[in-house]
Design a protein around this ligand. Structure first.
Ligand code: CA
Length: 227
């Protein structure tokens, strides 16, 4: 199915991942050091990276930053024992696609991998002029938004905000990332952002409270789900 690179120095977890990934018909490359991992990630034909944050030769966040310098789109899922919210935010800000805490269930991790690969494929579709996600349609060239083929009127800032979410569909974006993209660094705060999100939800969600399209990750940020 896909070629998955596992960067993990714990042999037991490495083996567990190898078995689980092979059962899903993926090809697996497993390495124990950050430097080897980076080599494979930027030179090889890898489709997705599973990365442990605590590696012997380099901090995991720096691994993410290095891979991102060479490949902005490479899907990266962090698997880490660190349950720290700030750590999670740092990783998301550095551009990881998902974050799974140890101990993890293999079934859950495999589901996240499937979703991340799907989103990565959807990312290619967004290069087109029209973005479709369930009942939502964004025509980028016309700056128009439709729900069930009915045009919805958004303000300029609401439209910009929706586009940032759509361009990163399936990925959790931190509040800071979104604010910097829409208003510029420091141009708004978490409360201001929440007000804009509520307004967009009223316009595009079937039910603003179910968060079917736009999900709040409490304390972290927001994610547009692929529906
Ligand atoms: Ca480790």
């Amino acid at each position: 199915m896909a070629e998955i690179l596992v960067i993990e120095d714990d042999k037991a977890i490495q083996n567990l991942l190898k078995i689980a990934l092979k059962q899903e018909n993926h090809d697996v490359i497993a390495v124990s050091s950050a430097h080897k991992g980076i080599d494979y990630a930027i030179k090889g034909t890898v489709d997705l990276v599973i990365l442990d944050l605590g590696l012997p030769d380099m901090d995991g966040i720096n691994v993410v930053k290095t891979i991102r310098e060479f490949n902005e789109k490479m899907p990266i899922i962090i698997v880490s024992a660190r349950g720290d919210e700030q750590e999670k935010i740092k990783c998301l800000d550095a551009g990881v696609n998902d974050y799974v805490e140890k101990p993890f269930s293999c079934a859950e991790l495999m589901a996240r991998i499937r979703a991340t690969l799907r989103y990565a494929a959807a990312g290619d579709i967004i290069q087109n002029a029209v973005f479709v996600n369930g009942d939502l349609k964004i025509d980028f060239s016309a700056h128009s938004v439709f729900v069930k083929d009915k045009e919805v009127h958004l303000t300029n800032l609401e439209y910009k905000l929706l586009c940032v979410l759509a361009h990163n569909v399936g990925k959790t974006l931190t509040q800071n990332y979104i604010i910097t993209k829409v208003w510029g660094a420091g141009g708004n705060d978490a409360n201001g952002l929440r007000v804009f999100m509520a307004s967009i939800r009223r316009k595009i969600e079937k039910d603003p409270y179910t968060q079917e399209l736009i999900r709040t990750e409490v304390g972290v940020g927001y994610r547009m789900n692929k529906v």
